[in-house]
Design a protein around this ligand. Structure first.
Ligand code: MLT
Length: 407
């Protein structure tokens, strides 16, 4: 008799963004003539930077000739991309990361979800609340939690993100083994200072714990002095893995390319306390389960590291940050406190004591604007909404006009 993985029954019926998509569909079926503006899921709207388009065309042409055609590539990524990443994203910021510590993949969502298979079934996990749901749901699927009661899974250590701590929780008092951190944060848009990350690295080293650091939104950081990588912090090579993505940096949500950094110094432990390096384990996993990102897409990704590529990427991100400013201003004017939107594409709005799903429904029905209810990111997200800056200027201006009117 084939048995199911019963851990799935502990999950909410559908993934947050699938849930939202269903509600939108119902609304659209009922009111087909009311045009909706989407500031919900963080999906980019601007076209790929021209340097990427040019690199894609050239790579496609290479595939048309026997001499330059490529079949399977290295699972971890082509050297030209890994070297560009190591040099421009890390070494240029004083972070000691080499090309062979970078694993190119098709998405940070997949990598943050897959990485947990390297760890024991009983590791103690700390997650911030609110949090990107993938970190929690994938551990639920793997059986590392108990049931969900009142919005929280038994067995997890939740780190409360609050207005008081600026949505940057401090390390817990108790020891944990695995810690998920995301900065700039999804959903709150908060960023962590060097001092705050230094405290996390010190905690992880003291407790022989591992930090899974999601830096998918680092390209939005504009405040000087805010670290773009956990590896800018001394000692992080011994206690952290970092996830990055071209999705939000260069508009690759549909094109798919990302990478994970696993330093060679990094170890986890057997039950007996023997050290096991994680780099060879992830190499084994990646080469067994993944056949690499396509050559043409890796060429497109590498193009953003040229001088012109960097200029074009900055221009697009500045554009989204401009949208963020408009959204923040509109909510502030309407009497709602917000954070984020300045070093991140997300604005996190306090909805003044209202329930976040009620606010979602109100904006959908009264303004035909889709946002993401904070409660979808955890218990502490109740009373907040997340508004995404990813859209055209015209749509953002129209959306805030409608929102202000509806409020
Ligand atoms: C989000 O809206 O939180 C993101 O688009 C989800 C993702 O990157 O997977």
């Amino acid at each position: 008799m084939i048995q199911v993985n019963e851990n799935y029954s502990k999950l909410k019926a559908s993934y947050l963004f699938a849930d939202i998509a269903k509600r939108i569909k119902v609304f659209q079926t009922t009111y087909p003539h009311k045009p909706i503006i989407r500031l919900g899921i963080g999906d980019v709207t601007e076209p790929l930077p021209p340097v990427c388009i040019q690199a894609l065309h050239e790579a496609v042409d290479e595939m048309a000739s026997r001499e330059t055609f490529r079949g399977y590539g290295p699972e971890q990524g082509y050297d030209f991309l890994r070297e560009a990443i190591a040099k421009h994203d890390f070494q240029a910021r004083g972070a000691d990361i080499s090309a062979d510590e970078i694993f190119v993949s098709d998405g940070a969502k997949c990598d943050t979800g897959n990485i947990q298979e390297l760890f024991g079934a009983k590791v103690k996990i700390a997650v911030p609340d609110p949090v990107y749901p993938v970190y929690v749901d994938t551990n639920v699927m793997a059986g590392r939690t108990g049931k969900n009661t009142n919005g929280r899974y038994a067995g997890l250590v939740y780190l409360d993100g609050t207005v008081e701590n600026g949505f940057v929780p401090a390390p817990p008092k108790e020891p944990v083994d695995l810690i998920y951190l995301c900065f700039p944060n999804n959903p709150t848009g908060a960023v962590a200072t060097k001092e705050q990350l230094t405290a996390w690295v010190a905690y992880a080293r003291k407790n022989k714990a591992l930090i899974l650091f999601d830096a998918a939104y680092e390209a939005f950081i504009r405040t000087p002095g805010i670290p773009h990588s956990i590896f800018e912090i001394e000692g992080a090579r011994e206690c952290a893995i970092e996830f990055r993505s071209f999705s939000k940096t260069a508009g690759f949500t549909g094109t798919r390319c990302a990478f994970t950094v696993i330093p060679k110094d990094l170890v986890a432990y057997t039950k007996k306390g023997e050290k096991v390096p994680l780099h060879p384990m992830w190499t084994r996993r990646h080469t067994t389960k993944f056949n690499g990102v396509s050559y043409i897409v890796q060429r497109a990704a590498a193009a953003i590291y040229t001088k012109e590529g960097k200029r074009q990427v900055k221009k697009i991100i500045d554009f989204y940050l401009g949208n963020g400013k408009i959204i923040r201003k509109a909510f502030a004017k309407a009497g709602y406190d917000c954070i984020g939107g300045d070093n991140s594409p997300y604005v996190w709005v306090n909805v003044n004591g209202k329930k976040s799903w009620d606010f979602f429904d109100k904006l959908l029905h009264d303004a035909q604007v889709v946002i993401t209810p904070g409660a979808g990111f955890g218990k502490d997200g109740e009373g907040f909404i997340r508004v995404s800056s990813f859209n055209s200027r015209e749509n953002v201006e129209e959306a805030v006009k409608r929102i202000v009117k509806a409020l």
